[in-house]
Design a protein around this ligand. Structure first.
Ligand SMILES: [Zn+2]
Ligand SMILES: [Zn+2]
Length: 67
C-alpha cells in the first residue's frame, strides 16, 4: 500500500511547500508579513510602498510627482 501524497501548495514568495492551502496561508502570515502597500487612487491597484505607487502612477496615469 502506498501512501498518497497529500495536496501540497507552494509558496510563491519563497518556494517552500506546505500541506494544503491552510498550511500555506499560515506560513505566509508568519514568514511573509505583508510589506506596506499603497493603493492607487486612480485605479485601485496596490503597490509595494509609496515608491512603487509613484512609479506606477507615472507610467500608468502619466502623473508627475515631485517629492
Ligand atoms: Zn514562503
Ligand atoms: Zn493606478
Amino acid at each position: 500500500m502506498r501512501l498518497q501524497h497529500p495536496t501540497t501548495a507552494a509558496c510563491d514568495a519563497c518556494g517552500d511547500r506546505f500541506l494544503g492551502q491552510n498550511g500555506l496561508n499560515m506560513h505566509k502570515k508568519k514568514a511573509h508579513r505583508h510589506p506596506t502597500t499603497a493603493a492607487c487612487d486612480a485605479c485601485g491597484d496596490r503597490f509595494l510602498g509609496q515608491n512603487g505607487l509613484n512609479m506606477h502612477k507615472k507610467k500608468a496615469h502619466m502623473v508627475n510627482i515631485y517629492i
